[in-house]
Design a binder for this molecule. Structure first.
Ligand code: ADP
Ligand code: MG
Length: 184
């Protein structure tokens, strides 16, 4: 295994499971040469959901500000939609939505391995907000979700897949979801 061979965590979120898109998504990841090295169906409990989405001030403010940017772009009032214009408070609400979303129905968790696996998977998955995700990406091709639509419905953005954002995140998440999995 060379140093650029990486492992990354992919979770088929409840909307991918419900919509029957799991096979399509896996085949997109496999056809670039990534290999499945672990997989299991998981009914996520609160402990795993909290551990998967750790709350830091940076994340809360970042996600809150991303949402506020969307509201501004569309000339909408965040207070009317989500009850606050404070980025951190918006972040807390989104965090609660994320946990509920992950626990809503069983999800398929997988570890993919290959050259530049972390970056490669993120490229194929596309931008967090499907409205802004490029055509050809999983989120861009199979969803029309935006932060505003999700926030108005008081739920998480249904964007089909979770994929680790960085190598350190991948290592942490693989240990969390697959404690039995031994990295070689
Ligand atoms: P990514 O999944 O692309 O790594 P983040 O880690 O920033 O994105 O966010 C985690 C998840 O939180 C997203 O995949 C999405 O489901 C949800 N989410 C992010 N931003 C918002 C938002 N503004 N409103 C609702 N849900 C959001
Ligand atoms: Mg992320």
């Amino acid at each position: 295994m060379n140093s650029l061979t990486q492992k990354t965590l992919v979770v088929m979120k409840p909307d991918a499971m419900e919509r029957g898109l799991v096979g399509e998504i896996i085949s997109r990841l496999e056809r670039v040469g990534l290999k499945i090295v672990a997989a299991k169906l998981v009914k996520v409990d609160e402990e795993l959901a909290i551990a998967h989405y750790p709350v830091t001030d940076e994340w809360l403010e970042g996600v809150g500000n991303k949402s506020l940017g969307d509201y501004q772009k569309f000339g909408l009032d965040p207070v009317q939609s989500i009850g606050t214009s404070n980025p951190k408070e918006i972040g807390h609400q989104i965090h609660k939505f994320n946990m509920e979303y992950l626990m809503e129905a069983p999800v398929l968790a997988l570890v993919f391995e290959g050259n530049h696996a972390v970056e490669l998977v993120r490229k194929l998955v596309g931008s967090t907000l499907p409205l802004l995700a490029a055509p050809g990406t999983i989120r861009g091709d199979f969803s029309n979700e935006s932060a505003i639509v999700a926030n108005a419905d008081k739920r998480s953005i249904k964007n089909l897949v979770h994929a680790s954002g960085e190598v350190a995140e991948a290592n942490r998440e693989i240990t969390l979801w697959f404690p039995e999995f031994k990295a070689d």
